[in-house]
Design a protein around this ligand. Structure first.
Ligand code: ADP
Length: 420
């Protein structure tokens, strides 16, 4: 049901206003009229209008009380008095204590992993904890292992960012110089071998960077993960915990996962159970796919600040396109000394075909396929918007003007229909 156009809410201390923008091409403007409030850990400026568009699911929380105005059509809007924010703040306070000790002892700050099933608020809690840390003057590292959403860069990748200022209300964390690795699928299960390889690599590079950046090192790392927690999904999580040498695991809303991790993690890892917020909205697979698509559109066209990507043709013969993972054979058919799993991280050259249309291509920093491509991070992405088999050309949508750098391009399963 659609509600009225102008709404004003008076919030008591420790409560939050939740709203969703659903209708197509709808815009809702939020303004704090009095008092103080924050949005997923970022402070809102009084009197400043903030815009939210279709698909936004938002909570404005206040520690002290405030008045909020919403202009535009919201699908849902209500004030909730029950929130887990005090619990989340206590977690932040405990992490902050670890950072203070790390500073005194010249040691590493807390490395925290947030886990739980899908739609329990993992990404939101990660954002809140990073925002609280950076508001205390810390410089934490944000790691996103959720290939399904790809909050850093695009879906189908994992990545990391040094967080130097709170997330912008409308655009999230600043994406300057992210460290991004190619996976190419929206679930780790599509190629576990490759997923674990790039997770280990990312962990290694972050450990190296922390060795050279004391401030980041004492601030610690906060890792967001996928919502796949059963069977092989659980193994993926424990592998990531080991690779990053985590010392805190925050488990959202799943007692079984909490107990399994308590049982399997070494004693020095603190496994903490946390409630999820009643405000977290469950998304259907269609909504997830739409969010993925929106994320890719934002990558090329920007969110609030518009970007102007370039479109140009390239000769197929000028490109080096590879996909990761050869069809796997049984071990008995493999050359001596090779495991079947090794095939999953092999580069296979891709030839021109109409199947490339709409696909994303990751632009690697590796110059040649025999450079260590999987262990090399990405410069960015382009999208194949058209294939001309006669002229043997591809039309490319690219954030950068031509020419494409003459480096290795990695084919992703993810597609984007450019009808901007
Ligand atoms: P997960 O990472 O576990 O899949 P998210 O953190 O992405 O979950 O949350 C799912 C959705 O719920 C997001 O769109 C987020 O903005 C929304 N959300 C999270 N917390 C709240 C809240 N307290 N009130 C309203 N919406 C929320």
């Amino acid at each position: 049901m659609t509600e009225v156009q102008l709404q004003e809410f008076k919030l008591d201390p420790d409560s939050e206003l939740r709203f969703e923008v659903e209708s197509k091409n709808e815009k809702v403007v939020l303004e704090i009229k009095s008092g103080y409030a924050e949005l997923f850990g970022t402070e809102l400026v009084k009197g400043k209008p903030y815009e939210f568009h279709t698909g936004a699911k938002v909570a404005v929380f206040t520690w002290h009380g405030c008045t909020v105005e919403l202009r535009g059509r919201t699908e849902v809007s209500y004030v909730a008095k029950e929130t887990p924010m005090v619990v989340y703040l206590n977690v932040h306070a405990a992490l902050e204590q670890q950072r203070v000790s790390a500073e005194q002892e010249c040691a590493r700050g807390p490395v925290v992993m947030v886990v739980g099933p899908g739609d329990v608020g993992k990404s939101t809690l990660t954002r809140i904890l990073l925002n609280y840390a950076v508001r205390m003057g810390r410089r934490p590292i944000y790691v996103d292992l959720d290939v399904g959403q790809g909050h850093i860069s695009v879906p189908g990748t994992i990545g990391a960012l040094l967080v130097e200022r709170p997330a912008s209300i409308e655009e999230g964390f600043s994406q300057q110089a992210p460290l991004v690795y190619h996976f190419g699928h929206s679930s780790p299960g599509e190629n576990l071998e490759l997923y674990n390889t790039i997770v280990s690599r990312l962990a290694e590079v972050i450990a190296e960077r922390c060795d050279n950046n004391k401030k980041a090192s004492t601030s610690g790392v906060i890792i967001n993960t996928c919502g796949w927690i059963k069977g092989a999904g659980y193994k993926v999580l424990t592998h990531a915990a080991q690779a990053f040498e985590v010392d805190v695991i925050l488990v959202l809303d799943n007692e079984r996962l909490y107990n399994e991790l308590k049982r399997d993690m070494p004693k020095f890892v603190k496994v903490v159970y946390l409630p999820k917020s009643g405000g977290v909205v469950e998304r259907s697979s269609t909504q997830r796919a739409e969010t993925r698509d929106a994320r890719i559109r934002e990558y090329f066209y920007g969110k609030r600040t518009p970007y102007y990507p370039h479109s140009f043709d390239v000769k197929f013969t000028d490109l080096k396109i590879y996909k990761v993972g050869a069809p796997s054979l049984p071990d008995s058919c493999m050359p001596l000394g090779m495991r079947a799993a090794d095939a999953l991280t092999k580069l296979v050259q891709v030839w021109a075909s109409p199947a490339l249309q709409h696909r994303l291509l990751a632009v690697s920093f590796a110059a040649a396929p025999d450079d260590d491509v999987l262990h090399t991070n990405l410069a960015g992405f382009v999208c194949v918007t058209a294939v001309d088999p006669e002229r043997q050309t591809l039309t490319i949508l690219s954030p950068q003007p031509r020419p494409l750098p003459s480096t290795v391009l990695l084919l992703s399963d993810l597609q984007y229909m450019d009808n901007h």
